[in-house]
Design a protein around this ligand. Structure first.
Ligand code: SIN
Length: 524
């Protein structure tokens, strides 16, 4: 197949959720040439777009120290103190300057000059800024609209990152082995032409989001299969804490709902979890009751489901809410109504779902990974902020803070002499005889990955389950890599190869950590 032309840019950003978009905005303002790619057909399609609850800030009765305590308490004490400090002290300033002043995000107010702060689990204060229950959507749409106005930003939807370009790995020059390894861009599949472009970048920023979709039940969109973790792993960057997969306690239990999230802010407004026979149960498990950290609520639900031989529990907002439900949660109300549930009158059937990866590509306070030239921001990164379990509504803020800081760091230290000889780099290799892919095989592989992860590396783990996952996934990995090498290039094939790699990363991390804590729960 004919080779696509190579492109060159100062910064290549892979992913366009709040983290990638914040990095792009900051870099654009500093005048650098920026390319942003996303594998989705629409730029706004990202985990950020689906975020309901909101973004942590500091309310009037709040202080950075209180936020720090809540983050560390929820993270089971293994958080990175430097990251906690950065987020707690810089976060609300960036919310004010970027989201409110620059992007004019219309956060809800309870009077003309007072913002409305919502409550979520693990928070000792009401401190979540929100736009009813579609906070992420509004923020994401605004970012995309603003980025479109910059002539130095090229936005490429429907472009799938295939493999990070690294020297010496992709170099034909044998002397490159004597140089420090460096990321110099990415091989990128144009989903429409099916050609692989080589995008050379002085700096590459991974902002690909999380990996909830390697689990059978997830609140994430189907594309969240962890591409960034897999590519960073192949490129040799350090990846840590992958065993800490957070399960959100309340996704809608319905055959067609695809893990639709029932935001924790619903419990923040008084809703209570009840069993199928109408008993509240969180008092038994935590002093914070229904607003305990997510891992505790998730395990309590799991136990109650087991005890009552049920596939779900209920969330009762109708009996407890002191708010106008339709006004406060219009999106959740409308969506549940589509599935025949009127949340102003009846309880919502809910079940936990894979939600957030607290680990990822290890980065410092400026988003730098262990591989030169590669930065990582948002969920795919691990700043250490979340420790073993993430405090609710800190993820949008982490994306905003590290996205912005990363671009600031690149702009301040921009070094065009971080050079590489483009002619030395291998062009993409297409197999001689490209095999058509069979969607039935791809589907079956995904069913195997997702059910293995759910059953053996899910909410409750045991060494035996994890060992079984390792064996089954290793076999699948071997088959999928062989298939990938022979297949006609296609975004689904790339996703599958990345997905199996991420499933293995999680499984190996879980097996390698005998201490169950936070969202890595080991039953002995
Ligand atoms: C939610 O609204 O419950 C999700 C918020 C989050 O994951 O931080």
């Amino acid at each position: 197949m004919q080779q696509a032309e190579a492109q060159k840019t100062d910064i290549l950003i892979i992913g366009c959720g709040i983290a990638g978009a914040s990095a792009a905005l900051e870099a654009a303002k500093s005048g650098l040439k920026v390319v942003v790619i996303t594998k989705n057909d629409e730029l706004k399609e990202s985990n950020t777009f689906y975020a309901q609850g909101g973004i942590v800030s500091l309310g009037p009765d709040d202080r950075p120290e209180l936020l720090k305590e809540d983050i560390i308490q929820t993270g089971d004490g293994i958080n990175n103190p430097e990251a906690v400090e950065i987020l707690s002290t810089e976060g609300n300033k960036m919310v004010d300057s970027i989201l409110i002043d620059e992007l004019d995000i219309p956060f809800m107010k309870n009077s003309p000059d007072s913002l409305d702060y919502a409550q979520e689990g693990g928070h000792s204060r009401r401190r979540i800024l929100h736009i009813r229950d579609t906070t992420g959507r509004t923020i994401e749409e605004k970012f995309v609209a603003v980025l479109k106005g910059y002539s130095n930003v090229t936005l490429l939807p429907a472009h799938t990152a295939v493999d990070l370009l690294t020297v010496p790995h992709h170099s034909k020059n044998p002397t490159s082995f004597y140089r420090e390894p460096r990321c110099i861009g990415c091989y990128v599949l144009d989903n429409k032409t099916k050609k692989v472009k080589t995008i050379f970048a002085t700096y590459t920023v991974l902002a690909t989001g999380g990996c909830g979709a390697v689990y059978l039940y997830t609140s994430n969109p189907k594309g969240a299969i962890g591409d960034g973790y897999a590519m960073a792993y192949h490129a040799g960057a350090r990846i840590v804490n992958m065993e800490y997969i957070q399960f959100h306690p309340t996704s809608l239990f319905h055959r067609d709902a695809d893990g639709f999230l029932i935001s924790e802010t619903v419990r923040g407004e008084g809703a209570r979890l009840i069993t199928k026979d109408g008993r509240t149960f969180m008092d038994k498990y935590s002093e914070q009751k229904d607003l305990a950290p997510r891992d505790e609520v998730t395990r309590a639900i799991y136990e109650e489901m087991t005890n009552t031989d049920s596939n779900y529990v209920y969330l009762d907002l109708a009996s407890y809410a002191k708010i106008d439900i339709k006004k406060r949660f219009p999106h959740i109300y409308q969506t549940c109504l589509r599935y025949g549930i009127d949340i102003t009158k009846e309880s919502i059937p809910v079940v936990p779902a894979a939600h957030y990866c607290c680990g990822g590509v290890l980065v410092d306070g400026w988003g730098r990974s262990s591989l030169s030239g590669l930065y990582s921001v948002g969920e795919v990164s691990c700043t250490g902020l979340h420790g073993a379990n993430r405090l609710a509504s800190t993820s949008l803020l982490e994306g905003l803070v590290w996205g912005t800081r990363t671009a600031q760091h690149i702009a301040a230290h921009f070094n065009p002499v971080a050079k590489f000889a483009v002619r030395d780099i291998h062009q993409w290799y297409y197999p001689e005889k490209e095999e058509e892919t069979d969607p039935a095989l791809i589907n079956q592989d995904w069913i195997s990955i997702r059910s293995t992860m759910w059953n053996y590396a899910g909410i409750i783990r045991t060494t035996k389950r994890l060992e079984r996952a390792r064996a089954d996934l290793n076999y699948l990995h071997h088959r999928i890599v062989k298939f990938y090498k022979e297949a006609r290039m296609d975004a689904n094939v790339v996703d599958l190869k990345h997905g199996i790699q991420v499933a293995l990363l999680i499984t190996y991390a879980a097996l390698g950590n005998p201490i169950g804590r936070g969202s890595h729960y080991l039953k002995t």
